[in-house]
Design a protein around this ligand. Sequence first.
Ligand code: GNR
Ligand code: NI
Length: 169
Amino acid sequence: MAVLDILHFPDPRLRNKAKPVKRVNDRIRQLADDMLETMYLAKGIGLAAVQVNVLKRVVVIDLSPNATQPRVLINPVYTVVSDKIVGADEGCLSVPGFYEPVSRFERIQVEFLDRQGNQQVLEADGLLGACIQHECDHLDGILFVDHVSNLKRQFIRRKLVKRQRTRAE
Ligand code: GNR
Ligand code: NI
């Protein structure tokens, strides 16, 4: 296992698009395990491979309070079950310290490969539904700050650039 470095907004590498996984092998399983370890250490509920600069369509999620329900979603694709829009505060490990309301579809169905490479289907709403939409965005180079106003995004960008400058000194 290994802890990976998480990229921070506005790092341009967060805009890269991930490629589908062709075969779920031990390398992919190792990546998923490393991503879970990284996510747990950072106290997040989800992580997409693009955030650790790996351009593969791999997502890990665990909403349980005690890190007991790790989910691995490979090549996730969701369809909208309820196109009602709901808003809830979101944060992101790549945008540390900022939380803003984001509009998402109320209920989705997601198809993906699990860590054995078996096809799975899951319906989700609430926090899990929002988290899956947030992670699928990452795989296409989209961040939650793209869903808030330009003013708020520029504000967050400036604060993070400033913080990264003082960290680098
Ligand atoms: O830890 C996270 N919390 C969260 C809260 C609401 C909606 C989405 C998320 S995902 C985020 C972790 C992260 O950055 N995943 O990409
Ligand atoms: Ni995120």
